[in-house]
Design a binder for this molecule. Structure first.
Ligand code: TXA
Ligand code: MG
Length: 345
């Protein structure tokens, strides 16, 4: 039947909605189906984290390698008890400060979490999103949702419902459209478990995000921030399985110009004669296809993936992106830019 192949979109206003509007999504998730939903970072593709066959559908829909584990989303600390075995004190302190919000912590997994979620690892990544629709959805379901970003594997993460539709149309039954994601890049991921399976005294940053290293260190002291592995795409043993895959790439070639260089000059040197898209940060370049962020790292991050997709839709060959200082959220923005790029100058 043609019906099976269609993907419905339900619009929900995060500021004003009733549980009734979520009932279709909740029904599907309870039946072991998968549903895309908004979070404050990017859209997620959710399944019941306790249901192995439901979680497997996520990998299939995204074309995701099965050894890349998925983040579990909880709505309260009660649910956390069914996801992890224990919460060390330093992890507890971060939870207190940053949840609900864009911080994911990796802890020892509870036996209740199926191995499809963790890609066979003994650890699990978990976060409590702050998006009202996400929280209400998880609460109403009564179980945590395993949810990676709702893009097809290798594409930039989706920050509006249209991106999800473009990637997953016909592969999932329902998308909840809650508008544009506030943060625009994926959550910060920090691990409290070492390679030996023991809890770490000094936890390790696995992925920079909105919650910055500086903010984390204010709460728990120094953390381990491994040198960016974004250019060693074939690292032998990446700390986080997902980091070994190429990410966030538009079809167009991306060149990042480091801060301190004359961006304007580079745009004309490298981009001359080409169909270019420009992401400018300090000064407007004045080309047709340009997003200018006027020194605001938050708006740069919020628009980054959308800009990538827009440039691709317009057939841009080369994207020139002005780099920012790797402080605060700048570290996350530069991480995503570098991963998408073929050249950093
Ligand atoms: O903001 C976000 O985190 C979004 C929204 C939907 O919550 N989700 C997201 O999920 O970005 P995903 O699957 O695209 O990225 C999850 C990252 C991957 O790099 C994965 O390898 C890593 O987290 N990860 C998941 N479980 C892990 C674990 N047990 N140990 C180490 N890394 C893990
Ligand atoms: Mg992803």
């Amino acid at each position: 039947m043609g019906l099976k192949k269609s993907t419905r979109i339900v619009e929900i206003n995060p500021e004003k909605f009733s549980m009734l509007e979520l009932s279709e999504a909740v029904g599907l998730l309870r039946e072991g189906k998968i549903v895309a939903f908004p979070t404050e970072t990017v859209y997620g593709l959710g399944a019941n984290a306790f249901d192995e066959s439901a979680v497997k559908k996520i990998y299939l829909a995204k074309g995701r390698p099965s050894d890349n584990p998925i983040i579990v989303h909880v709505c309260d600390e009660e649910q956390l008890k069914d996801v992890v075995r224990e919460v060390p004190q330093n992890a507890r302190a971060l939870i207190k400060k940053f949840w609900p919000g864009p911080l994911t912590i990796v802890l020892k997994k509870s036996p209740k979490i199926c191995s499809a979620v963790t890609g066979g690892l003994d650890t699990v990544a978990v976060r409590m999103p702050s998006h009202k629709v996400a929280l209400a959805l998880i609460k109403e379901c009564g179980f945590p949702l395993a949810a990676p970003s709702a893009n097809s594997s290798g594409k930039p993460s989706p920050t509006i419902a249209d991106h999800v539709f473009a990637d997953l149309f016909g592969r999932i039954p329902l998308i909840i459209d809650g508008g544009k994601c506030e943060v625009g890049v994926e959550s910060t991921v920090i691990s409290f478990v070492g390679a030996d399976g023991k809890n770490l005294i000094v936890p390790t940053l696995l992925r920079p995000g909105k919650v910055s290293v500086e903010e984390i260190e204010e709460v728990i002291g120094k953390i381990n921030v491994p040198a960016s592995d974004s250019k060693t795409k074939h690292a032998k043993k990446p700390l986080s399985p997902g980091m070994k895959y190429k990410h966030y790439s538009p079809k167009a070639e991306v060149v990042v110009v480091m801060p301190g260089k004359d961006f304007l000059k580079k745009v004309f040197e490298i981009g001359g004669g080409k169909d270019i898209g420009v992401l400018s940060f300090t000064k407007r370049v004045g080309v047709d296809r340009e997003f200018f962020f006027d020194g605001n790292v938050e708006s740069y991050a919020k628009m980054l993936f959308e800009a990538f997709r827009e440039f691709d839709n317009k057939g841009v060959e080369l994207i020139l992106a002005e780099g920012v200082s790797e402080k605060g959220m700048g570290l996350a923005l530069m991480d995503r830019l570098k991963r998408a790029s073929s050249k950093i100058i």
